[in-house]
Structure formats: structure tokens, C-alpha cells
Design a binder for this molecule. Structure first.
Ligand code: MOS
Length: 733
């Protein structure tokens, strides 16, 4: 495995420890709930609607207001002025108004109808119980049947067209043996470890919000849109984020309500969602009904591939998930037909959850593909290898790089696919499954600055976030490698909206986008230093050493004292900026990261219980910036895939549109005891068409396909093909 190219323990690629690890384990990393203002914040408590749709006819707050410690009870009757929800329409969704408490309309179950602000949480919560309100119920609409989804969304997440395909699908599907199947996946949540929390302060002019968010620049836009404030008067800080997984791409009710409280009272106000509140007050992933059809000849060559996705779209919020995008790229076929339809429903906000589209798309699609391979009695690894697309099956574009076949070959080898042994132990039988995954790669505009200080420290500033993924560390590595310095000389300052705007974290684009911007800033600083040293272009800086800057190599090498360079600089500090835009990658190429997942399970034929014995993943995602943090993300994704296969299901009550199992005792996800051995290996091939760093998206790759490998292993063990996820014991029996 190619390690870092230098001996620097923090060079690019090194399996370096997190630079922020020590702060985190010491409790010194400041998360959103930790007050950073001079004054202790007042505490806001959310009072939510008990029904998903209707009109707030009456709300009586007098008793609550009279309680000890209560500073305000804010409802739509006395709230600060806001721009209507979703405005301006032309702004992208995370920058639009997320107005709350500004109208009598109820948008979803749990929708805030009042914010109680008090000295303590107990006082606020108690007063909240004393608010009387009456909602005149409206009709509640949810998605139950595929045919109910009739609306074509404008686009699906990731910028895809709702419909795409090639060839004549009806001809292709009927020209050889045809297979039809419908899979469903349930509502799911991100379940980030840190619940959504914000503390806001307003001094009459400036609004400062400490929150937990993945993208800062659009969070500023959102507050500006919502409260009609100038962007210059807004600061958002989010230096540490305890997981986001899409549920913190934009700001949610905590941030808006804390801001309403702060604007109303001109004192810092904190709103920390309880775990139960997160389920309704932050977005979730909608359920899906995925109707598929395939045709294949006796040799296992695919003829037609059809995927018609039906999903809910939350009322007033135009987000549609690209559930069918796996069908567009995973395999070559004579004809492909992928369509997305939605039904507008009375559900809490539906938005991105990790690997939107592919997480649940690949779960269903790769299980369906397995059905075809098994029906034709073709080894499922061979079946997949035989149908891999040499170019993008719909656009015909070349892949920038594509190691899918290598992932399957090497993954099968490492897993021991060919040597797999079937055993029966009492009532338990084992089984093996495989699935593949392709996840799009993209670059999002990003900027950063780097300053060389007089004390020799290098300070990077960008409004990028580290949502637990390791951004602090990989940006340190990029700087450490470029200037050939120890990590101790580098400070990465993230999560402050006053810094240059970055991509933020999401869509697997964070590392490559913000990393390239930082690399460009480093190069700009090198150039600046060499100009100050009076050197011709090309004598780029190679090393910062104590107080010396060493230029060039060999005989032409020369050293300049840092002081002498500062003396020639016009400003006190030496700062340079760098940025990246999407066209820096080569957009004529289809850019994907790829994965091959293998799993062995053991199924109890009496109880229907599935135990995962082992999971192995083979991945290719360009150049790996840090083998430790990349490996951790991939493993996390693999485990999450297992969780989707076997456990996760958010139950919705059709009578009132609310979610029922709003805690981690009832909303099950995989924990340590649920997972056997997890191993992975990486096929590393830098992809310089994807970006200058050669890296590609990795964050969403681990989950893409991993659940299907487990579902396919369950079938292999006991012949149970469960098409309604999750695969719970009652369905297996
Ligand atoms: Mo990701 S779901 O774009 O954080």
C-alpha cells in the first residue's frame, strides 16, 4: 500500500492520528452546547404540535408566562419578523428561510408551536406543559403504494435528472428471461451522536450562533434569509460537530428557535434538542418503494435494467432522493430506464441522510441483481463481473478511473469467496453474500487562506467543518507535506463563518474540495515567499526549517531567514489564499469511487435471528489522504449498511403522521455486539482527473452496497429473500 511519499509522519497518506484527538478525549473540544458567551444562556424548550397537519386555532400562554424563571413564551403571535419559509425560492435549499413560529399552519407532527425561554431547562419544560393549544386537524397524507407517487421532481439529489436511460426498455426486458421485483426501505434517521444544539446571541446588530452544522456559508445565508439580516452581521461557529450524516447539512429548528429567542430577548439563548425531539425537529430519510425489472440471457448478460423509485416528499420542501442512480451506472445493459416519482406528504422534513440515493438504492438494487444471478445459477461475483460497464452506460463517458473489477477480484480473494464453507450448527446455517457499489465524486467550490506567522507557525483558515471525519487531520497533512514541517507547526482553524467559504462537509466532497483549496493556498504562499526571496519562478519552497526557509534542491538550494522575508513583505503577516471550482476536476469523465462488499452471516432457522459473522470491503477512491481516518469512515459505513439490512426502521403513525419509536431503545441500529469481524482493503490509484490531490470521495462509499451483501448472505443461508427492509426475524421465519 503506498504510504506517504515523505518521511513525515503527517505526510499525505500516512495513517496519522487525529490532531484533535487529544482535545476531544480531554473534553476541551468545544461543541455547540458548550457556552462560549460571557453570560450564561437562557434555556429554550420546544413545544411541538401533536398532529402533522392543520391550523393552530388557539394558544394560551398566560399560565406558562407567569411561572418562576420564565422570560418569554414565544409563539406566532409575538415572534420576531421573518421571511416566509422557503424564501427566496431561487436560493439553494440550505440558504433559504427556515422560519418558525411565524404562522398558524402546522407543517408536520412535532412542529414547534411555542418556545419557552427560562433560566433553567426544568423551568422551561414545566412551563411548556402549561401551554394550552388547539389545532384544527387537516388531512394527513402519507405514501403507502408505489402508484401514489405521481409527481416528477425537478431534479434528484446530486443534481441528477429525475429520469434517465438508454435504449428501448420494453424490447430489452422482453427479449430474454424477465425478472420483476419490488423492494421497500423504511423511514430512517441519521442518529448523529450529538443531538442538534445551538446557542445564539444578539447585541442589537450582530447575530452570533454557535451550532452544530456541516456547511457554514449556507447557514449564514439561511439566517440572513430567515431574519432579513445582512450577512456581515451574522457569524456562525461550528468548530466541532458530533456527527452530521446529512442531518446537519442545513440549520434546523434548534438554530432558528435559539436565534428567535436571542433576537426577542437580546440575551444568549440555548436550544438543545432532546434525543426524542431530534426525530421530528431534524430531517430524516423518507421510505422508498423501488420497483425493478431485469432481463438476462442464460449466460448472465443483462438485457434490460429498470428502476422506478417512489418516495415521499415533505410538504413545502422540495427534496427528492436519487434512489435509482445505482441502476444508471453499476452495470452495462442494452437498455436502462431509471425514474423517480414522489408524493407530497405530511411528514417532518425529508432530506439527505448519508449517501442519499445510494445507501438505500444500492441496498435494494444489489439485492435485486443478486436474485437474477441466483435464478440463473451463476456465481454472483462472476455475474457482476460479467456486467460491469466499461464506460458510463448511459452517457458513454469514460470513467476517470474505475477499479470496480479489481475490487471484486481482490475482495473475493481476501474474503475467501471461492473457498467458502457451508456449515450447519444446530439450528444455525451460514451463508455468503456479495454486492457492489459506485458512488459519485464531485468537487464543490471551496476557499482557504494560509498565514505564515512571525513565530514560524502556519495557520490555515477556512469555514470547513470536521464532522468527526478527520478534516483537521487531513488538512494538517496537506500543509505538513507541502512545507515539509512537523504537524506541531500547523494550526487548522475550522468552523468559523468569518473565514473563507469552503464546500463544508457533505456528499463525500469535503476532503477533496477543501483539501485542494488548502493545497492551492500553500502553493500561493510558496510562490509569495520565493518572490520575496528574489527567486525566479520554479524555485518553489521546499522546506520550512526553524527560522529558515529553504528553497530549491541540491546545488541551487538556498536558505533565507524568516525575518528577512518578513522585512520585505508589505503586511505584517504572510498570507496567501487558494480556491477550487468544480471545473478543476475533469468533468468530461464519469467520476466514481467503487466498492465490493462481502459478508458471511449465520441465520437461526428456528428464531429467524441473523448474526453477522464477518464483513469485508474492497474499495477504490483515488489517493487516500489518511489511511486511518479513511479506513474508519469506510468501516463506519459498512456497519451502517449492516444496520440498514437488519435493524433500522422509523415507524410512522398513519393517524397523526408522528414517528413512534423516537429513541435508541426502539429505533435499533447496529452496535458492537451486532457486528462480527470487519475488514477492508484499499486499491489505491490516485485520480488526478478528479482533483489535483488525486483523492476521491470516501465518506459515503462504505455504506454503498454493504447492506445488500448481508441481505444476499441471508438468502444464501436459508433461502429467505426479504424484499421489505429491514430483515427482522419475523420476516426470515
Ligand atoms: Mo451527506 S448525507 O451529503 O452529509
Amino acid at each position: 500500500m503506498p504510504a506517504n511519499t515523505t518521511s513525515n509522519p503527517y505526510g499525505i497518506g500516512a495513517a496519522a492520528n487525529r490532531v484533535d484527538g487529544r482535545l476531544k478525549v480531554q473534553g476541551k473540544a468545544t461543541y455547540a452546547g458548550e457556552n462560549l458567551f460571557d453570560k450564561a444562556p437562557l434555556i429554550g424548550w420546544i413545544v411541538g404540535a401533536d398532529i402533522a397537519s392543520g391550523t393552530l386555532k388557539q394558544i394560551n400562554t398566560e399560565t406558562a408566562e407567569a411561572q418562576e424563571g420564565v422570560h418569554a413564551v414565544i409563539t406566532y403571535k409575538n415572534s420576531v419578523e421573518q421571511r416566509p419559509f422557503g424564501q427566496p425560492e431561487e436560493t439553494q435549499r440550505f440558504g433559504q428561510s427556515r422560519a418558525m413560529l411565524n404562522e398558524d399552519k402546522i407543517r408536520y407532527a412535532g412542529f414547534p408551536v411555542a418556545l419557552v425561554v427560562a433560566d433553567t431547562l426544568e423551568q422551561a419544560r414545566y412551563a411548556g406543559q402549561l401551554i394550552d393549544f388547539v389545532i384544527e386537524p387537516g388531512p394527513i397524507s402519507l405514501l403507502t403504494e408505489h402508484s401514489e407517487a405521481q409527481v416528477t421532481p425537478e431534479s434528484v439529489d446530486g443534481g441528477y435528472e429525475p429520469d434517465a436511460g438508454t435504449g428501448n426498455i420494453d424490447t430489452a426486458l422482453n427479449s430474454s428471461q424477465r425478472f420483476d421485483m419490488t423492494y421497500t426501505t423504511p423511514n430512517q434517521v441519521s442518529a448523529a451522536m450529538e443531538p442538534h444544539t445551538s446557542i445564539a446571541a444578539f447585541d442589537g446588530t450582530n447575530l452570533v450562533v454557535h451550532t452544530s452544522v456541516q456547511i457554514l456559508a449556507s447557514a449564514v445565508d439561511c439566517l440572513a434569509s430567515t431574519f432579513k439580516l445582512a450577512k456581515e452581521n451574522i457569524q456562525v461557529k461550528s468548530p466541532y460537530v458530533g456527527g452530521g450524516f446529512g442531518s446537519k447539512l442545513g440549520l434546523h429548528n434548534d438554530a432558528i428557535l435559539a436565534s428567535i429567542g436571542a433576537l426577542h430577548l437580546q440575551r444568549p439563548v440555548k436550544v438543545a434538542m432532546t434525543r426524542r425531539q431530534v426525530f421530528h425537529n431534524a430531517p430524516h430519510r423518507g421510505m422508498s418503494i423501488q420497483q425493478m425489472a431485469f432481463s438476462a440471457d442464460a449466460n448472465g448478460k443483462l438485457g434490460g435494467v429498470q428502476h422506478h423509485s417512489a418516495m415521499p416528499m415533505a410538504k413545502d420542501y422540495a427534496f427528492a432522493e436519487g434512489t435509482g442512480v445505482a441502476a444508471r451506472v453499476n452495470y452495462q445493459a442494452e437498455a436502462i430506464d431509471s425514474k423517480h416519482r414522489v408524493k407530497v406528504v405530511d411528514s417532518p422534513m425529508i432530506d439527505s441522510v448519508r449517501a442519499p440515493g445510494d445507501a438505500i438504492g444500492s441496498l435494494a438494487f444489489e439485492a435485486a441483481v443478486d436474485e437474477v444471478a441466483r435464478a440463473l445459477k451463476i456465481d454472483p461475483v462472476e455475474f457482476r463481473r460479467n456486467n460491469i460497464a466499461p464506460v458510463h452506460p448511459i452517457t458513454g463517458a469514460d470513467f476517470s478511473t474505475n477499479n470496480l473489477d479489481k475490487c471484486l477480484i481482490e475482495g473475493a480473494e481476501k474474503f475467501g469467496w471461492k473457498e467458502r464453507q457451508y456449515t450447519t450448527k444446530g439450528t444455525k446455517k451460514n451463508g455468503f453474500g456479495v454486492a457492489l457499489g459506485m458512488r459519485m465524486n464531485m468537487i464543490v467550490p471551496s476557499a482557504a487562506s494560509i498565514t505564515l506567522q512571525r513565530d514560524g507557525q502556519l495557520v490555515v483558515r477556512t469555514d470547513m467543518t470536521d464532522i468527526g471525519t478527520g478534516t483537521y487531520t487531513i488538512l494538517t497533512q496537506i500543509v505538513a507535506e507541502h512545507f515539509n514541517v512537523d504537524a506541531q507547526r500547523i494550526t487548522i482553524d475550522l468552523g468559523n463563518s468569518d473565514s473563507p467559504a469552503s464546500s463544508g462537509s457533505g456528499g463525500s466532497f469535503g476532503a477533496s474540495s477543501s483539501g485542494t483549496a488548502v493545497l492551492n493556498a500553500c502553493e500561493a504562499l510558496s510562490l509569495k515567499l520565493s518572490e520575496l526571496a528574489g527567486l525566479a519562478k520554479g524555485n518553489e519552497l521546499v522546506k520550512l526549517q526553524d527560522n529558515e526557509v529553504v528553497f530549491g534542491k541540491g546545488e541551487t538550494q538556498q536558505q533565507h531567514n524568516l525575518e528577512s522575508l518578513f522585512a520585505k513583505a508589505s503586511d505584517n503577516a504572510l498570507t496567501a489564499t487558494g480556491s477550487v471550482a468544480p471545473d478543476e476536476g475533469n468533468d468530461n469523465y464519469a467520476q466514481y469511487s467503487c466498492a465490493a462488499h462481502f459478508a458471511e452471516v449465520e441465520v437461526d432457522t428456528v428464531t429467524g435471528e441473523v448474526r453477522i459473522l464477518r464483513q469485508h470491503g474492497a474499495f477504490s477512491a483515488g489517493r487516500i489522504l489518511n489511511h486511518k481516518t479513511a479506513g474508519s469512515q469506510l468501516k463506519g459505513g459498512m456497519v451502517w449498511g449492516a444496520s440498514y439490512a437488519l435493524f433500522e426502521e422509523l415507524q410512522q403513525d398513519s393517524r397523526d403522521g408522528s414517528f413512534v419509536n423516537c429513541d435508541f431503545a426502539e429505533y435499533h441500529f447496529a452496535v458492537n455486539r451486532d457486528i462480527g469481524e470487519v475488514s477492508l482493503h484499499i486499491i489505491e490509484e490516485p485520480d488526478y482527473k478528479a482533483c489535483k490531490l488525486g483523492s476521491k470521495g470516501i465518506g459515503e462509499l462504505g455504506i454503498t452496497g454493504s447492506g445488500a451483501a448481508i441481505a444476499n448472505a441471508v438468502y444464501d443461508a436459508v433461502g429467505a429473500r426479504i424484499r421489505a427492509f429491514p430483515i427482522t426475524p419475523d420476516k426470515v421465519m
